[in-house]
Design a protein around this ligand. Sequence first.
Ligand code: ADP
Length: 244
Amino acid sequence: MINVKHLQKSFGNNTVLRDISATVEKGEVVVIIGPSGSGKTTFLRCLNVLETPDGGSIRIGEEEVQFSQKITKRDIARLRTQTGMVFQHHNLFPHFTALENVMEGLITVQKQNREEARRKAESYLHKVGLADKMNLYPFQLSGGQQQRVGIARALALEPKVMLFDEPTSALDPELVQEVLKVMRELAQEGMTMVVVTHEMKFARHIASRVIFMDGGVIVEEGAPADVLETPQEERTKRFLSLIQ
Ligand code: ADP
């Protein structure tokens, strides 16, 4: 589903991604862990082309873009429509209800008519357990509910892959589980997911594969039990001993 080759990204003279190559199969849930500043968010943002890589290529589904060549807006759009992204902070429009927030992309990006968009938005809000909150504004929702609206908004565009960038790390502890539950259900339905998270229980039980990044490279990857319980690399061992 995803094939990344030799991806590179620098900000000025700070090289953040150094020759990252990775594949993600259809239906896989890949969890990326690693210290702060290791390039995890930048990698996800490159997959969604919120950052433009300096080199390498990304293929998602049928769409492939080579970043060593000059890329066009059309290239970005081709790749971006393959993925839905959920951010650490939900970025909902404050003056739109939950329903309107989910409808927005369907109308503006996918050019659906309002009725069609409403039906679809309602069904995805239902899916994330917010059928009774559709007409509330973000400020009337808890952080966990807001994040679930963010998930519904991304899902409604029916991407091939869902990207999650620390979706629970800004939440109060008691709200984390309701978001992880929705993510777990998506994983069980076979959604292809790439998730940056510090939730080690989620990684252990839900991930098909764990990638450990440090210093802009993939240091180690494998089955959760292998990477988390019996890591091979010193850097992985050190990181895990600090967080567990
Ligand atoms: P992580 O998600 O692993 O914490 P990030 O991908 O957020 O790591 O950041 C990796 C490095 O890239 C950091 O040194 C960060 O300061 C830098 N960085 C990220 N985004 C930008 C940006 N938009 N402009 C400049 N530097 C950035």
